[in-house]
Design a protein around this ligand. Structure first.
Ligand SMILES: N[C@@H](CCC[C@H](N)C(=O)O)C(=O)O
Length: 270
């Protein structure tokens, strides 16, 4: 089976062009290709498929095989893939996801997409602002935001010192979140700049999370910590998030997408 490895600020996935390939069991395949020792190595698997209602459709699976509604870094890479590989012939188009249809705008250089802006839609507040929670016997406060997939945002100093491998699973699987959750740990630097680490549902710590950055920007503006446009610094790079709060209510995420390499694997040998 042919695949393409792509990354959006270090959040890396294996992409399969399902205009040409057929994947029988994507959940199982995601676990296999994601393995960084026995597979290709990635944070999960994304299928790029034909759509009846948009220009293409994406299906995204975490490294543990669970399916998510949306992936911010993934959808920018899907945008780059369909543009660069000429599956679309325009710089603005729609991608169908489990969280609805998202509109993408490509900034191109020499026929290749270098930057992509995604209309992430209208965010939904899923907690009080803030909501107290006790995790592993320690008191925290979070703001819950859904951008199609669930996020819990925590503000604190010293995010670089967090031992996410140890504490992340308890945040992800707390009974308050029956569907599990993605968790973002935020340091506010200024009114227009925040730093973030993320523990992703189904994949653990990743170098970046586009939906997480979007949800964190919304939570930060909502709680008066920042303005409606912020730069979010993640482990693998920066994203710009603009919330058109007083207009359409939609949030826009802008950032890069990179094709790393293409290859082929024998599905029976994974
Ligand atoms: N890395 C992604 C989010 C992937 C899905 C997430 N782990 C979930 O289960 O909701 C992003 O860039 O948004």
């Amino acid at each position: 089976m042919k695949f393409t490895k792509m990354q959006g600020i270090g959040n890396d996935y294996v992409y399969i062009n399902c205009f040409e390939e057929t994947v029988e069991n994507p959940a199982e395949l995601s676990k296999k290709v994601s393995d960084r020792h026995f597979g290709i190595g990635s944070d999960g698997l994304i299928l790029i498929c034909p759509s009846k209602t948009a220009d293409c459709r994406m299906q995204m699976y975490n490294a543990d095989g669970s399916e998510s509604e949306m992936c911010g870094n993934g959808i920018r890479c899907v945008g780059k893939y369909v543009f660069d590989h000429k599956l679309v012939d325009k710089t603005e188009f729609d991608v169908e996801t489990k969280a609805g249809i998202k509109h993408l705008k490509i900034t191109e250089e020499n026929g290749k997409a270098v930057k992509i802006t995604v209309d992430m839609g209208i965010p939904e507040l899923t907690s009080t602002v803030p909501e107290p929670i006790v995790i592993d016997g320690k008191e925290y406060e979070f703001i819950g935001i859904s951008v199609g997939n669930p996020h819990a945002i925590y503000y604190m100093e010293g995010i670089d010192d967090l031992d996410l491998e140890s504490i992340g699973p308890a945040f992800e699987t707390h009974e308050r979140f029956p569907e599990r959750t993605n968790s973002e740990y935020i340091e506010v630097i200024s009114k227009d700049y925040i730093r973030m680490r993320v523990w992703e549902r189904g994949s653990g710590e990743t170098w970046a999370c586009g939906t997480g950055a979007t949800a964190s920007a919304v939570a930060s503006a909502l709680s008066g910590r920042t303005l409606n446009t912020v730069e979010v610094e993640l482990k693998g790079g920066n994203l710009t998030i603009h919330w058109d709060r007083d207009g359409s209510g939609h949030v826009f995420m802008t950032g890069p997408a990179i094709e790393v390499f293409e290859g082929e694997f024998d599905i029976n040998n994974l």
